[in-house]
Design a binder for this molecule. Sequence first.
Ligand code: 8OZ
Length: 361
Amino acid sequence: MTNVPALFEPVKMGSITLKNRVLMAPLTRNRAHGDGTPKDMAIEYYQQRASAGLIISEATQISAMGKGYLDTPGIYNTDHVEAWKKITDAVHDADGKIYCQLWHVGRISHTSLLPAGKQPVSSSAIQAKTQTFTANGFEDTSEPVALDNEGIEETIADYVNASEMAKKAGFDGVEVHAANGYLIDQFLQDGVNKRTDEYGGSVTNRTRFLREVVDAVTSVWRPSEIGMRLSPLGQANDMSESAPIILFGNVYDFAVEKDLAYLHVVESFPGNEQSPEDEALMKELREKYKGFYMANGGYDERSGAEAIENNHADAISYGRPFIANPDLPERYRTGAELNEPDQDTFYGGGKEGYTDYPFMD
Ligand code: 8OZ
């Protein structure tokens, strides 16, 4: 019995056709080797979830300086490429599609995670009032240094290198992670970006770094193979913005102008209810955007199907439900019961809570 047909209408997204609209959101799992090489158990994990219309990889650092948590994967050297290639092959063998999420954490990091104990980098030298996860458990993030022009250039070059590595690794495309208070968001939002040069101040200046990153990625990938993730509500990682409509309106316009494959919007965070103002903001921004819209945050199969039927979204990305249900699309299609995710095994560890959630009978 199909009770949520809208989720199962195939749809064109950029250069590819998605077999359904039940997409796997990027999910940090902290199970890579210390050098950022994915472990072999990730092959099975991703292949198990290949029935998703699209898998977006867990956030994957573009450089050693882009790392901010213990045991997250990277995509900047040949070891990373070899390991990811096994994963993308396994997903493709199972008739799936997979994008790589390109990530630089900026100030959401700790000196113990960075090369030679370096300080993290950001738009401005303002420490985030939040914690990250290191070898010693949860620790306050370290004080960052502001990137100078040379540092910005190097970081853009790191995005190009990571884009090339992602291509060699056989991904179907890349998603630029500009959400959740990481480096690009640290340039976008004026609660953090206090620069007085051409990367700070006006909206044009604060969006410059994002535009340069996307333009650099387009030297490797076609725009139709590039997505962008945003969180205009700006709740994560000590972010704030005084005029979100103007700022994010500008960024949505940029996505349209570049004709990117999709915009992936974090509409709400687990445990944070959307206020009426939040809802109005999301709606006003949404109305501006004419491209492929991927909605994320707290959807189930009913609200997801409704969002598609109401032309709010073209597809929905599911996070927690996909951790616990490798066959999530089939469960939604048939109205089957779901496995419950176990929060204790979200971050770090082995196969338990990773590849051992059962499929339906
Ligand atoms: C949870 C834990 C660590 C990182 C994000 C990459 O929020 C993350 C993340 C989520 O985008």
